[in-house]
Design a protein around this ligand. Structure first.
Ligand SMILES: [Zn+2]
Length: 261
């Protein structure tokens, strides 16, 4: 599932391919995306220049010269495929953006859960989003303030996009492991010291070049996680056994031995 680093990479690739260019065609192909990007919206975006490309949480925002914004969310499986209008269309292409220079950007998504919508100038379909998890100004004061109101455990609180934008199931688990924090601990009860530790851990797990590459990639260069999806395996820190629980309907992986309350 795309999380913040993947969405950030996708937004950068999109910017390289599309920034400053003009939309020749934008259309939804799959019925579920057509409901979100109807023919009237497609017509409205046609001929417009893409002025800005930004990421907000896991949303990608394409700012058009009309003042409208194309808003894209990959959900579980979405990704961009960037090619030209002469290429064969990917069988899982759910929407396409064709540009005036012949570039074709396909939104590919095996499960067709992604979304693309056109927000008219002055309106926004974005949900309420907290500070970006990758924001350099994010500090323990902010975390303390947003978490003290939450009467839930720290793991689902970290995944709540209105608390912190961009952190998903994988990186929330990884950050809690790095910070040696029990995912079941009430969010409002974390000490200032623990919040500082958590903040450092969030930065570590989101850093593009992880600071301990030997421990994060295997010999084939594939990314590996410290705790995510490692149920029953040995904890890479203490040798304990990684457990799995379900919180807010999602699997949480953690080490009951070294991630203490
Ligand atoms: Zn452990």
């Amino acid at each position: 599932m795309p999380e913040l680093p993947e969405v950030e990479r996708a937004a950068r690739a999109l910017a390289r391919a599309a920034l400053g260019k003009t939309i020749a065609v934008v259309r939804a192909i799959h019925p579920s995306l057509k409901r979100k990007l109807d023919p009237a919206s497609s017509r409205r975006a046609k001929g417009r220049q893409i002025r800005t490309i930004e990421r907000r949480g896991k949303h990608q925002l394409l700012g058009l010269d009309s003042g409208d914004t194309l808003v894209v969310h990959f959900r579980m499986n979405g990704d961009w495929e960037i090619g030209t209008t002469g290429d064969e269309l990917d069988r899982f292409a759910r929407a396409v953006i064709e540009l005036d220079d012949g570039t074709r950007i396909s939104l590919v998504d095996r499960r067709a859960l992604s979304s693309i919508t056109l927000d008219r100038e002055g309106s926004s379909s974005l949900p309420k989003l907290g500070k970006e998890a990758s924001d350099a100004t994010l500090d323990a004061d902010y975390l303390a303030e947003v978490l003290q109101r939450r009467k839930i455990a720290i793991k689902p609180a970290l995944m709540d996009q209105s608390v912190l934008a961009g952190l998903g199931n994988i990186y929330a688990a990884e950050a809690l492991w790095e910070a040696e924090l029990d995912p079941r601990k009430p969010a409002a009860k974390l000490s200032r010291e623990k919040l500082e530790k958590l903040l450092t851990a969030i930065r570590l797990v989101l850093s593009p070049r992880r600071r301990r590459p030997g421990r994060y990639t295997d010999q084939a260069g594939r990314e590996r996680f410290m705790v995510y999806d490692r149920e029953g395996k040995e904890c890479r820190r203490c040798g304990g056994t990684i457990g799995r629980i379900v919180q807010a309907g999602r699997s949480t992986y953690f080490c009951p031995q070294c991630q203490v309350r």
